[in-house]
Ligand binder design. Structure first.
Ligand code: ADP
Ligand code: ASP
Ligand code: MG
Length: 437
């Protein structure tokens, strides 16, 4: 069994839905198809929730009407029989009726989670009805029946596995099993999600739980490129990545993969392949446990980073100082990305600045605190094992004309990271491509 996940652009128009349908009916063997919402839909649904939150219910209703209209047009183009079109129209009516009911209730976090879940519910039903219309045998199993999270927002693996073991045997004679990416139920049984881009995570979780042969992530580009194609021209696909390399790239900004998506696949040793829906014959990227020695693979950038420096004369020859610093971040549940220490101080970075003011307040007890906002982490990934000579020098050399605020190396065998000002991001990415590839 394979897991095949199609992202928003892959199902972004009636024609794309038809193309994906053709592709999935050509796959050999049994496949679980995980679909994202049509591109743009999750953003539109979030805009509706922002209007409700702001108390602008008229705007929320307007946005809802226009999204609903968009789907009526999709249905018009997608189906050739009235039976399928009527089924789809009924589904759309129910979904938008539900959204309107949420608009009329008092706003809570539930409003957001419920409304934002509708994108994947719609796309999967549209696909199922289309396959039915084409006379193809497929079944839709709701992700809300088996993707569960625990109190930390992590997948509740045991419950997921148990539920899948109950559900899947019921569909033994189906080779195409469709489900929603992104959406899940939290420990209270309420509708929730796996954060933006989370459909990749769904695919990897299912892949790990059913011990799939492979998890295929289909998107709009032919695999992981060696640099961010949104900022650098002439990037090229990397054909093989180690799980750790892929995880570092995803975490440090390569948008093609959801940051946490690699872990379940890695733990269960399920290979992940990144493929292009628009060019299915392209080789793409295979992510597995094999490391290609001696090469730098790719560069990625993570935005919106805040650097915090804590300077204290008490750090000199003292122990326990770092523990106190880390405790502040633990107290405010804020992960640290990069860290650099010296005899008199420590610099670290965070990307979630929700509790920045409180963090600064507490850190001031420990020393002088300085903050640099709008920074970017540039991450160079590859076989950066410390005994290899020259790789870090090449990366540093590429950035010789860019002011670097922090460097992190040696935390893993796979990366060297640089913290720079946001205004130098594109230049740094381009220089690294020029010097490394
Ligand atoms: P999907 O909607 O299929 O999940 P995403 O938009 O999440 O697709 O991810 C695909 C996009 O990721 C590409 O269109 C590309 O612009 C962007 N991207 C960023 N960095 C990379 C990279 N290193 N390699 C490939 N794509 C990248
Ligand atoms: N639809 C969700 C999003 O736009 C999840 C996904 O596409 O992976 O973030
Ligand atoms: Mg994505």
């Amino acid at each position: 069994m394979k897991i095949q996940k199609f992202g928003g652009t892959s199902v972004g128009s009636p024609q794309r839905i038809k193309d994906v349908a053709t592709l999935i009916t050509s796959f050999p063997g049994k496949n679980i198809i995980v679909l994202s919402a049509m591109s743009g839909t999750t953003n539109s649904l979030l805009d509706i929730t922002y209007s409700i939150k702001d108390g602008d219910l008229n705007q929320a209703k307007k946005l809802t009407d226009s999204l609903s209209k968009k789907y009526e047009e999709v249905i018009d183009d997608l189906y050739s029989t009235s039976v399928a079109a009527d089924k789809a129209l009924k589904l759309i009516e129910e979904v938008f009726e539900d959204i309107r009911n949420w608009i009329n209730k008092k706003y809570s976090i539930r409003t957001e989670k419920e409304i934002v879940s509708k994108g994947e519910i719609i796309s999967t039903h549209l696909m199922q009805f289309y396959l039915e219309e084409q006379g193809k045998k497929s079944v839709l199993i709701p992700a809300l029946d088996f993707i569960f999270t625990d109190n930390n927002g992590e997948p509740a693996y045991t419950s997921i596995k148990n539920r899948l073991n109950e559900i899947l045997p019921q569909y033994q004679d189906y080779n195409i099993i469709i489900t929603q990416g992104f959406i899940c139920r939290n420990p209270e049984g309420k509708v929730d999600n796996l954060l933006r881009g989370g459909s990749d995570f769904t695919a990897s979780i299912i892949g790990a739980m059913v011990n799939a042969e492979e998890v295929d992530i289909w998107t709009d580009i032919d695999g992981m490129h060696n640099n961010d194609p949104r900022f650098v021209d002439d990037t090229s696909p990397v054909h093989n990545l180690h799980f750790e390399e892929a995880a570092e790239l995803a975490y440090f900004g390569a948008k093609i993969l959801h940051p946490t998506c690699i872990l379940p696949a890695k733990l269960n040793n399920v290979p992940v392949r990144l493929l292009n829906t628009m060019k299915p014959e392209a080789e793409g990227t295979l992510i597995n446990n094999e490391l290609e020695h001696g090469s730098i693979k790719a560069v990625a950038a993570k935005d919106n980073i805040t650097a915090i420096k804590i300077k204290s004369s008490r750090m000199l020859l003292a122990y326990g100082f770092l523990k106190k610093v880390f405790e502040v971040f633990e107290k405010f549940r804020t992960p640290i990305d990069m860290i650099a220490t010296s005899e008199v101080g420590v610099s670290l970075t965070i990307d979630d600045s929700t509790h920045l003011e409180e963090i600064i307040h507490d850190l001031k007890e420990l020393g002088t605190v300085t903050i640099d906002r709008d920074m970017v982490i540039i991450c160079v990934v590859g076989d950066l094992e410390w005994q290899n000579k020259g790789f870090e020098a090449r990366a540093l050399d590429a950035l010789r004309n860019i002011p670097v605020r922090m460097i992190s190396y040696g935390g893993s065998n796979y990366n060297i990271s640089f913290l720079i000002d946001k205004k130098n991001k594109t230049k740094a990415l381009r220089l690294l491509s020029y010097h490394l590839f």
